[in-house]
Design a protein around this ligand. Structure first.
Ligand code: ADP
Ligand code: MG
Length: 358
């Protein structure tokens, strides 16, 4: 039998989704086909420090680990950690499972490119676009996809509150509107606003997290998500629906009270489901996606499928929407992991072949 592939799983990291990332990674390592893979864990602490596989296992196996999914350790930064770099050198392929900053945003992908390591999922540019809601909207619109009407406001334009921008919001979008940081996730810093007073408050909260903020028209419709898998031949799963209990799908609904229901498959007309699937693949191609991503929509009465955002590293526990949607399409969680690694290797080999010719 051929030697097992050493699958480096990188997780944790600096974002608010640290714990979710730890849970996804533990599930991926448990489920990865033991005949094919040897999982090698690389934890990244809350302050961005990389741990060796041994240190990571030590933290994951603590008696309180099932409840306390937070990685903390007082260690030097990656560049000074020969022992981590040496372990990285020995992996065959990396599965980045770090959400948000320095994980999902293209920086980790760029580092792996420099190291010459194949990795799962989107490349540098697609990851960077996936993190920037303002940039991805421009690309989506250029690709002919529907997006919410919106304004992009920079901190320096807003200052302590701009009369002109507030009037612009009222004239072009109206209330209620949505305010969100351009680089964000997990609904942190996202607010629904109903008045000029709310707007000021929401802008302050969003600018605390980013220098670029989006103000969007509020879309009334169903929140539908679609999972995309593949490289240049990417396919879309059947869509699923998020039914938030509260006003919108906020941080509490996502992680604290889990009050939102995930309905898979979504109860949509065949035509609406088809539009979502087609547009999900178009959105993936528009950012030059690779491997996998989840594309989120609002399906509205008047306009059909409107793209809200693309996530290049969706939640990846077996009960998260992305794996659930593929299960509906007949792909088990284990098969999904194998397929994602195969897509990474396929992309890597195609590129190596081009390099050899070039
Ligand atoms: N334009 C909008 N109209 C209506 N609801 C919105 C709008 N934008 C965001 N929301 C609500 O806020 C949630 C979080 O916003 P989203 O843009 O998806 O940011 P995040 O990256 O934090 O998930 C969405 O799931 C949805 O419930
Ligand atoms: Mg979202």
């Amino acid at each position: 039998m051929a030697a097992k592939l050493r699958l480096g799983v990188v997780f944790g990291g600096r974002s608010v989704e640290h714990e979710v990332s730890v849970m996804s990674a533990m599930d991926v390592m448990r489920a990865a086909d033991p005949e094919r893979f040897e999982a090698v864990p690389f934890g990244v602490t809350r302050d961005g420090r990389w741990l060796t596989p041994e240190e990571t296992r030590g933290l994951l196996e603590r008696p309180d680990a099932p409840f306390q999914k937070r990685l903390d350790a007082d260690v030097p930064q990656l560049l000074e950690r020969r022992e981590v770099l040496e372990e990285l050198r020995r992996v065959d392929v990396v599965f980045p499972l770090v959400h948000g900053v320095n994980g999902e945003d293209g920086t980790l992908q760029g580092m792996l490119e420099l190291f010459g390591l194949p990795y799962c999922g989107c490349g540098v540019a697609a990851s960077a676009l996936g993190m920037d809601k303002a940039l991805q909207k421009q690309i989506f619109r250029a690709a002919g996809l529907k997006v919410a009407r919106h304004l992009t406001v920079r901190a320096q334009e807003w200052g302590g509150g701009s009369e002109e921008i507030s009037r612009g919001v009222e004239a072009e979008l109206g209330y209620p509107a949505f305010v969100k940081p351009s680089n964000g996730g997990s609904s942190v810093g996202v607010s629904s606003v109903r008045s000029r007073e709310d707007l000021g408050e929401a802008m302050r909260a969003a600018f605390a997290l980013d220098r670029k903020v989006l103000v969007e028209e509020r879309l009334r419709g169903r929140e539908v998500e679609c999972a995309v898998l593949g490289n240049d031949d990417a396919q879309a799963s059947p869509p699923g629906e998020i039914v938030p209990a509260g006003e919108f799908y906020d941080y509490t609904a996502k992680y604290l009270d889990e009050s939102a229901r995930l309905v898979a498959p979504a109860d949509l007309s065949p035509a609406a489901a088809q539009e979502v699937r087609t547009d999900a693949v178009r959105a993936f191609r528009a950012i030059d996606g690779a491997g996998f991503a989840r594309v989120d929509f609002f399906v509205t009465e008047e306009r059909g499928a409107v793209v809200n955002e693309i996530n290049t590293l969706p939640g990846f526990t077996p009960i998260s929407m992305f794996p659930r949607l593929w299960q509906l399409a007949g792909t088990t969680y284990r098969e999904l992991i194998s397929r994602i690694v195969d897509l990474a290797l396929e992309r890597w080999m195609a590129r190596s072949a081009r390099d050899a010719r070039g």
